[in-house]
Ligand binder design. Structure first.
Ligand SMILES: Cc1ncc(COP(=O)(O)O)c(C=O)c1O
Length: 473
């Protein structure tokens, strides 16, 4: 905490000013849970005020839970404040411009919008048939509180799917069904992070991960992603003692880079050596189009340091809010306790429908169909963009993912283009906005999953028209 100052001309009593300065320091992150508080005697002498004035402020801070006694050694900032917003990454290091895209999650899908699977190929009739059939079987168990870690038959199906499709061999007992990836991430934060712990975040990265860590009381450590994935070397130099690394090895979000095998091995070796944890965000691991579907990082994890997260948001649809976390043996009991006291688990009925959908073999068929649809849509979009923008966009080829990136000529800024496109109701995104820190990298991000073949040329022409004022300069 910077030197604490008071204003003797302020009508606010001095003890309240001291109280307020501490509160501000906690909320801005300039002091952290667990930090030692100066003794009332030394602070009183530093501020030239009576000791009783400081004691009055400390009593208020203690009563409100900001401060706690730490035995003979004085007081500390309460370690319970772990859910306060985090500003550990210095504000001066964060990007000045807002990073988050405008909320396009409500209403219809806008052209090129990210984050949604192809809604037109979802088997709606089949889904409603299974839903009705499950509703007819409604019994007492469906009305009770759900099982905290998830509906067991769904967990069995997930375990079977993970073994077959992702090379992850786990027992249903190690699976916790969550409110999507975001719910799993939140659970891991509560499960393993303590105030001030360092967390490696991919830079650039997914805003859902970035925001969750920035709002926790851990310290975000951005670690560069290059063409082999997260640079483990840079992570070790910046914070070898980090407690957690969060990665998307199958297809990095948003660049689609697949983490190379040497990097996977280096990351696992670091975690094993430092007793650190890794979250593997495998939200789109299924959508790999060239070569073989790669097994998950978790499949190489002999030391049980990886907390694997999957989500039904991309493989089925995001309004389900269903995901799953594979929890190592050591942590499963604690995870169960946290869920029990936090939200008591996920609604049973939707889990039953998904379990039946998987049990009947529809899940695999649906994934197969989506893979071929996406591969086709991605090729068609790449060709249309190249045609409309001649060779001004550089669109690298990646083996998978649900979006594509188009790098721009050096003089063009991605956010300018995004703002122009938005005026024509086109929802492209800026690569630069996915960095926590300032960057020179500029590219447009296109979601292609919902761009139907018949509309693609027309949409690209509309985009070309919308962006002409900048490309013409
Ligand atoms: C990188 C990444 N991880 C995970 C998810 C899935 O999040 P959720 O399961 O909370 O919908 C997304 C969704 O867009 C994502 O982009």
């Amino acid at each position: 905490m910077h030197q604490l100052t008071i204003n003797r001309n302020d009508p606010i009593p001095i003890y309240l000013q001291i109280y307020q300065r501490f509160c501000d320091a906690v909320h801005s992150g300039s002091v952290c849970p667990g930090d030692r508080v100066p003794s009332s005697r030394s602070l009183a002498s530093e501020l030239s005020v009576a000791r009783g004035t400081v004691e009055e402020a400390y009593a208020l801070l203690t009563a409100e839970g900001y401060m706690v006694r730490d035995g003979q050694r004085g007081s500390i900032i309460s370690k319970q404040l772990i859910n306060l917003p985090n500003h550990q990454l210095k504000q001066s290091e964060l990007q000045k411009e807002p990073r988050m895209q405008a909320d396009v999650t409500v209403g219809n899908i806008v052209p090129f919008q990210l984050g949604h699977p192809a809604l037109d190929v979802f088997p709606r009739k089949l889904w409603s048939r299974i839903t009705s059939s499950e509703a007819r079987k409604f019994c007492d168990i469906d009305l009770k509180y759900p099982a905290p870690t998830g509906y067991y038959p769904l967990k069995e199906n997930i375990a079977r799917y993970l073994a077959l499709s992702r090379g992850v061999h786990t027992s249903p007992h190690n699976i916790v069904v969550t409110y999507g990836y975001q719910g799993a991430l939140d659970l891991v934060i509560q499960l393993i992070l303590r105030a001030g712990d360092k967390v490696w975040l991919e830079e650039p990265g997914y805003f859902g991960t970035q925001e969750a860590i920035l709002r926790s009381c851990a310290r975000a450590i951005p670690v560069r992603v290059d063409k082999h994935g997260l640079s483990v070397e840079e992570g070790i130099v910046k914070a070898g003692n980090a407690r957690l690394a969060i990665v998307s090895p199958s297809h990095h979000s948003p660049t689609n880079v697949t983490m190379s095998l040497p990097r996977r091995i280096a990351l696992l070796a670091w975690a094993a050596k430092r007793r650190a944890w890794i979250i593997e965000d495998d939200y789109d691991g299924e959508f790999h189009y060239t070569g073989k579907l790669l097994p998950a990082l978790k499949s190489l994890d002999t030391q049980d340091r990886v907390l694997y997260v999957g989500s039904f948001s991309k493989t089925l649809f995001p309004s389900l809010r269903l995901g799953y976390l594979v929890v190592p043996d050591d942590l499963i009991e604690k995870a169960q306790t946290i869920v029990n006291y936090r939200d008591r688990g996920v609604a049973t009925f939707q889990q039953k429908v998904v379990a039946q959908f998987m049990e009947d073999g529809h899940f695999f068929r649906h994934l197969k169909r989506m893979r071929t649809t996406y591969e086709r849509r991605r090729t068609i979009l790449t060709n249309s963009l190249n045609e409309v923008f001649s060779d001004q966009l550089n669109i690298p080829h990646h083996e998978g993912g649900m979006n594509l990136l188009a790098y721009l000529p050096a003089h063009i800024k991605d956010r300018q283009l995004v703002a122009l496109a938005a005026k024509s109701n086109i929802a492209i995104n800026a690569l630069s906005a996915t960095f926590l820190q300032e960057t020179e990298q500029n590219a447009l991000i296109f979601g292609f999953t919902n761009v139907q073949e018949k509309n693609c040329d027309k949409l690209c022409q509309q985009l070309g028209k919308a962006l002409r004022p900048i490309f013409k300069k």
